[in-house]
Design a binder for this molecule. Structure first.
Ligand SMILES: [Zn+2]
Length: 218
């Protein structure tokens, strides 16, 4: 491979990054950064650079690191944006019947604490928060008072794919090891080899814990 080709590839990767730096945060989030930078990372990684080109080897590694950091930032911003828009579209606070803890978890909520009081008290105490309530036993001491389970919506977070190891955003499912999930690229592969029930038991709910719709590109 010619040295001029190597330099051109490194320059063009750096230019792609500089280009994206000139955007506002909103434009940056909206851009398909994954495709734009991913291509350069692949090209740079595939370059056969002879060991004597020490400076080019160094520049390549600096460029790949910089692109990966930018990609990381983009993925983080996209995930935050998706969480924010999900919260703003949130339906009114729900009350689920006694024993619905597992349902709450399938909706992407996690047990936070107990709350004792009437339904109206609970709504007031948690107004504006992304929570749902699961009815517990009625309290004998006060009329209309219950022990509610308060479940809070889980944030999306960076997870490692249990199948291929790729970094992606999803919600931690209780049956997965901490920090692990299923990345969008592996969903079809795993679904083809797994009963739907087993799929849910293992990976959680599609669109809630993995394969989040607004993060299709991540
Ligand atoms: Zn995967």
């Amino acid at each position: 491979m010619k040295i001029s080709d190597i330099r051109r590839a490194i320059d063009s990767a750096q230019n792609a990054r500089t280009d994206l730096q000139g955007h506002t945060t909103q434009e940056f989030i909206a851009a398909d950064v994954s495709a734009r930078l991913g291509r350069h990372i692949e090209t740079l990684s595939a370059l056969q650079i002879p060991a004597r080109y020490v400076e080019e080897l160094r520049q390549r590694s600096v460029a790949i690191d910089a692109l990966a950091r930018m990609l990381d930032r983009w993925q983080g911003l996209r995930a935050a944006e998706a969480t924010k828009s999900a919260a703003s579209k949130a339906s009114p606070i729900q009350f689920l019947p006694f024993g619905s803890g597992p349902e709450a978890r399938k909706l992407g909520f996690r047990f936070d604490r107990e709350y004792f009081g009437t339904q109206a008290d609970a709504l007031k105490a948690f107004a504006g928060q992304d929570v749902l309530f699961v009815y517990g036993p009625e309290l004998a001491s006060k009329p209309d008072c219950f022990a509610f389970g308060v479940y809070r919506r889980q944030q999306t977070q960076r997870l490692k794919c249990t199948c291929c190891g790729a970094s992606h955003f999803g919600r931690q499912w209780d049956n997965m090891d901490t920090g692990y999930g299923l990345c969008p690229a592996c969903v079809d592969f795993c679904a083809a080899r797994c009963e739907p029930e087993k799929m849910e038991q293992t990976y959680g709910v599609r669109g809630v814990h993995y394969d989040l719709p607004s993060l299709a590109l991540v």
